[in-house]
Write a protein that binds this ligand. Structure first.
Ligand SMILES: Nc1ncnc2c1ncn2[C@@H]1O[C@H](COP(=O)(O)OP(=O)(O)OP(=O)(O)O)[C@@H](O)[C@H]1O
Ligand SMILES: [Mg+2]
Length: 587
């Protein structure tokens, strides 16, 4: 065997999952050409194999040196040209069986070590089967497709990490396209904070704020009581002891209990609490508070100031935010008397200003989902987002005001997760039709330092428990060091593109499911569109190239040189239209 062209040298040390190899100084060439391909010996990140009878063990070259690793230099006779390779063992192949990760039989001293050539790689990666998708080509060979196990990729969760411009969005498109093309029953929701993906998926359903065809609505009444109190009137759970807060809870509970007859089906009012996702009209809530604040009564005693004793002149109109009008009260202490129900004073003002801000309409005035009398209910929302004819729904959040982005993503995630949890045994959803939720720009809202993040809490739940109910998640981020540790710890498959920041690299290293530091060390030197893939869904940790997709997401770099080289015509400039777009938050 040692006269074979693939022969490299011998094992001189075995140390748990690492072996050290002494490269023979008699090998014919440091860069042999085998079947027309050039192989360079001792390239970091390349594979080597150690045949032992019918078992072949495979490893990855992690370092190269001209002195042996852990041996005292003085004891080693230095042979000119000799080199030592440190190799991390990754898996083995027994006879004609498929390649398996993990090591059953370890090599021993003096075992032969050989180069892995293209044919071996074909053996390792095998053919595409019913449970896999192609994610790219192997970096060392354009002919070699790399497949991942789709079940493990989705349900054990995955991440695409890399510096800005390294090709994350393009990789996301490649993966989603492979899923959608190969699996007719697949379903994916892509949370797209910058609205860049609709161009890449012309057949996807895209929901966007203010869009005339498919407007995105996230009804505010999906919020639990604490969230409602915070986003409607700026109150915190610690305000629970204050009288206005108690009344506010009572008011909302009553609104919800009254609306138990719903388009999605009636709900037993006994089970309805202030936290239940039951529609009610936020404008009616304001109207009610305003009514009690401004009313006048024929009675001065607070207990007798009721709807029956009120001196109403005009009903007003809650939909138009027009308050009710009452007979004015005189300065002297005679009827009609001023209202003594003043508890809502500050809440009413805050709620009104929230409702008047049209930027929040997708949430507080959500069109067809506005209230109990609207034409649509939550089953319609699920039909739109994950119903059978939409394999991919893109939720374009580019118009969502920054203040509510976190709660918006939190509500989407919680609602979709709850639908999978409670629908887990239905034939058409849950475990019987799993779902992938993909989160682009995840560092923005899944930040480990944000203790009050609604989206982080909801997404962490998917990472911890989603698998059992058929929910998988993909996070995409340029700042892995800012992402929640719970999420990083649960990532089954990690796709790392070029990553230059050392803090981010070490996070990727420590959350990498396979302990393969040598591959992760390559991260700063990867080319655009090149990725290192490690984890449960891939047979062997690999360095791959992802193809550039067409059509692409609108995340492409501007053509700076071209733009700056030409002279621009001043008459083309119309900044009025830009300002209107800023104001309307609409392109
Ligand atoms: N596989 C690839 N091959 C060649 N060029 C690529 C590849 N992937 C991406 N590019 C180019 O790199 C640029 C950035 O790609 P992409 O938008 O996917 O990066 P990104 O990591 O998502 O960046 P950001 O963090 O800013 O979102 C694009 O102009 C694209 O044309
Ligand atoms: Mg991107």
């Amino acid at each position: 065997m040692d006269n074979e062209i693939t022969y490299l040298g011998k094992v001189i040390r075995v140390d748990s999952s690492t072996v050290e190899v002494e490269v023979s100084d008699e090998i014919p060439s440091a860069a042999p050409i085998i079947n027309g391909r050039l192989y360079k010996i001792g390239q970091i990140g390349t594979f080597v194999k150690m045949p032992m009878g019918n078992i072949t063990t495979y490893g990855i070259v992690s370092s190269v040196s001209n002195t042996p690793g852990k041996t005292d230099d003085s004891q080693v006779s230095q042979v000119a040209g000799s080199r030592f390779l440190s190799v991390q063992l990754v898996g083995e192949k027994i006879g004609d069986d498929d390649f398996e990760k993990g090591i059953g039989t370890y090599p021993t001293i003096n075992d032969e070590v050989h180069l892995v050539i293209e044919k071996d790689l074909f053996d390792i990666y095998g053919e595409k089967d019913a449970g896999s998708i192609e994610i790219g080509k192997h970096s060392s060979s354009d002919n070699l497709s790399v497949y991942v196990d789709i079940h493990k990729l989705i349900l054990r969760h995955c991440a695409i990490l890399g510096s800005t411009g390294s090709g994350k969005s393009n990789t996301t498109v490649s993966i989603l396209k492979a899923i959608l093309n190969d699996y007719n029953g697949s379903r994916v929701i892509l949370v797209d904070p910058h609205g860049e993906y609709s161009t890449a998926f012309p057949n996807a359903k895209v929901y966007k704020i203010n869009d005339s065809k498919n407007p995105l609505f996230i009804p505010f009444w999906l919020m639990n009581f604490d969230e409602l109190a915070y986003f409607l009137v700026g109150a915190k759970p610690t305000d629970d002891q204050r009288p206005e807060h108690r009344l506010f809870r009572e008011l909302i509970t009553n609104f919800k209990k009254r609306n138990f007859q719903l388009k999605s089906g009636d709900v037993n009012p006994d089970f309805i609490t202030a936290d239940s996702p039951i529609p009610f009209n936020a404008r009616k809530l304001w109207y009610e508070m305003n009514w009690w604040l401004n009313a006048t009564f024929s009675e001065s005693n607070k207990d007798k100031q009721t709807k029956d004793t009120a001196k109403l002149l005009d009903d007003g109109n809650y939909n138009e935010l027009k308050p009710a009008e009452f007979e004015p009260y005189p300065m002297s202490n005679v009827a009609p008397y001023k209202s003594k129900h003043q508890e809502y004073y500050s809440y009413e003002k805050k709620l009104l200003s929230r409702l008047k801000d049209s930027r929040f309409d997708f949430m507080f005035n959500p069109g067809d989902y506005k209230d109990e009398s609207s034409s649509k209910d939550l089953h319609n929302l699920l039909n739109e987002w994950i119903g059978s004819d939409s394999k991919l729904a893109i939720l374009d959040l580019s118009g969502v005001p920054f203040e509510v982005l976190d709660i918006a993503i939190g509500l989407i995630t919680r609602f979709v997760y709850d639908s999978m949890f409670w629908g887990r045994n239905e034939s058409y959803t849950g475990k019987n039709r799993p779902l992938l939720l993909a989160y682009e720009e995840a560092h923005g809202y899944l930040n480990k330092n944000d203790n009050n993040s609604y989206s982080k809490t909801a997404v962490e739940r998917i990472f911890k428990e989603g698998r059992k109910f058929g929910v998988g998640a993909l996070v995409i981020s340029q700042r892995p060091s800012e992402i929640s540790e719970t999420i990083l710890a649960q990532i089954g498959t990690l796709m790392a593109l070029r990553l230059t920041n050392s803090g981010d690299q070490s996070i990727v290293k420590s959350s990498s499911p396979d302990n393969l530091n040598s591959l992760i060390d390559l991260l700063p030197s990867l080319r655009i569109g090149e990725a290192v893939i490690v984890g449960e869904s891939i047979k062997i940790p690999s360095r791959i190239r992802v193809k550039l997709n067409n059509p692409r997401p609108t995340s492409e770099d501007p053509k700076l040189v071209e733009c700056w080289s030409k002279t621009h015509d001043i008459s083309d400039e119309n900044y009025k239209s830009v300002v209107t777009k800023i104001r309307e938050q609409k392109l």
